[in-house]
Design a protein around this ligand. Structure first.
Ligand code: SAH
Length: 465
């Protein structure tokens, strides 16, 4: 289908006819109220756009390279365009739309939490993990590599995996780290007070870590400002949902982080997880378009991307039919309906039977498996009986389980599980042939771990006293 683009110079809004994903006003890439963004448009759309200005088609490719590969911040920086064309674009209110890094917090473990500001001032958090994690096989993380080997070497048996079982020392270490608000504030203050000198030290350290962990870096991105899914253990849920991010804003987070970290896919192997703020499947069209742009324009390998859903069942079916689709992770988090409804009220709408039916029907590709995430809450869902129920739920499925010990936060009433119970839980799964991994929490000291993304957003958007 031919894509037509017309620029409404007066209202400064684009109408892109023929592309249903960006026809809707709320879906348009946003910069500020008077600008339109290039980020979010694919190659064909960029080409149609330049042609509508009377420019040759190859200018579309130049825009694409500048926006997605060089990751320029402004039209003025696109040196492949003539001065005159840059001037025309600026006059028409066309901007790149690269979101601004408003704040940056660096964890003891190298994890970086970014507060990223969109054109309308709304903020989301994006996390850079130089050593992987994000909870996914295929993200270059230890568990991912293990599971990949597991599937490669031993598609039916669990023994190979069991022999590689790692101690859960990391979890024990973290269980003693119950952060208070006060220490968190102090650390944030310290982090932002550290001068240039320390920043360059940090950068050097990060680049060293990056080299040592080639292929393990993971970016965790947000899909919405806040979240509408009311998971009782998640800090983001306390924000409610403010709005969906556009495809350009989702991709923009990645571009901003890649630029800041000075890494460039596909030369640098980058893993990506849609596991930040928001429920990607409640912003489905923008998520799907963003995934396509990330693969086709930014150069991140499809097999290195994972999307995590709280369990929006109809969209699980839809994802299976997409041409470009990240791997699927499902937040299970409970072993029976009563418990899941208590922890994740959306279970009333899509219960475990519906969820498991969708997971079982999901068309897996070669060497692909579904990941189930299970947040362990002390004394609530972490008992051996829960583990046995999980085994029953997952029976016959090509899947693995990522166990995540609760990351605590103010306003969250649950506690971190005992390390022994976590070990026992994992053992029961593994002995029943379900690959299970205990995730190493990243960036807890800066509130960058799973379910902790909220604090800076809240601070940034709070009304002045
Ligand atoms: N909305 C999506 C993606 C964002 S949450 C989803 O629900 O899957 C990403 C993962 O973090 C989910 O598996 C979620 O269950 C987990 N999570 C949420 N809060 C957490 C917390 N406080 N501690 C540990 N993991 C948490």
């Amino acid at each position: 289908m031919e894509v037509q683009v017309s620029v409404w110079v007066n209202s400064r809004l684009w109408e892109i006819v023929g592309n249903p994903t960006i026809r809707n006003v709320s879906d348009r890439a946003m910069t500020d109220s008077s600008q339109v963004a290039l980020l979010g448009l694919d190659r064909a759309e960029l080409t149609s756009f330049v042609e509508s200005l009377g420019e040759p088609a190859y200018r579309g490719q130049q825009l694409r390279d500048a926006v997605y590969r060089q990751r320029v911040a402004s039209v003025e920086e696109i040196s492949t365009l003539s001065q005159q064309l840059r001037g025309t674009l600026t006059e028409k209110g066309v901007a790149v739309g690269l979101p601004r890094i408003a704040q940056k917090f660096v964890s003891e473990d190298g994890t970086v939490r970014y507060l990223i500001e969109m054109g309308d001032g709304q903020t989301v958090e994006t996390v850079w993990m130089p050593e992987g994690d994000g909870g996914e096989a295929g993200d270059g993380s230890e568990a991912g590599e293990q599971a990949e080997r597991f599937v490669d070497l031993n598609p039916t048996g669990a023994e190979a995996l069991l022999s590689e079982e790692k101690p859960i020392a990391a979890l024990k270490r973290c269980a003693t780290q119950n952060l208070t608000d006060q220490t968190q504030n102090q650390k944030q203050q310290q982090n932002s007070d550290q001068g240039q000198e320390q920043n360059s030290d940090l950068r050097q350290r990060q680049r060293r870590t990056q080299r040592q962990n080639q292929g393990r870096s993971t970016i965790c991105i947000s899909s919405q400002v806040g979240c509408a899914v009311d998971c009782q253990f998640c800090l983001t849920a306390l924000l409610g949902v403010k709005r969906n991010l556009t495809a350009g804003e989702i991709v923009g987070q990645v571009c901003a982080v890649l630029k800041d970290q000075q890494v460039s896919p596909p030369e640098d192997r980058i893993n990506l997880v849609f596991m930040g703020m928001g429920e990607p499947f409640l912003n489905y069209d923008n998520f799907v378009k963003a995934a396509r742009l990330l693969v086709e324009e930014v150069g991140i390998a499809e097999r290195r991307m994972t999307v995590s859903t709280a369990g929006i069942v109809p969209r699980i079916h839809d994802l299976g039919g997409e041409k470009i689709r990240p791997k699927l992770a499902i937040s299970l988090n409970a072993s029976n309906d009563a418990l899941r409804t208590r922890l994740m009220p959306l279970n009333k709408k899509w219960n475990l039977e519906m969820l498991m039916a969708a997971a079982k029907a999901y068309p897996l590709r070669t060497r692909e498996w579904i990941t189930f995430e299970y947040v362990l809450l002390g004394g609530v869902n972490d008992g051996p009986e829960n583990a046995r129920e999980v085994v029953e739920l997952l029976r016959g499925m090509r899947c693995k389980v990522n166990l995540i010990a609760l990351n605590p936060g103010p306003g969250i009433e649950f506690t971190i599980p005992d390390a022994e119970r976590v070990a026992e839980f994992q053992k029961i799964l593994r002995e029943s042939g379900v690959p299970a991994f205990v995730r190493r929490p990243r960036g807890r000291d800066i509130y960058a771990a799973c379910g902790q993304l909220k604090r800076t957003v809240e601070i940034a958007t709070a009304p002045a006293p």
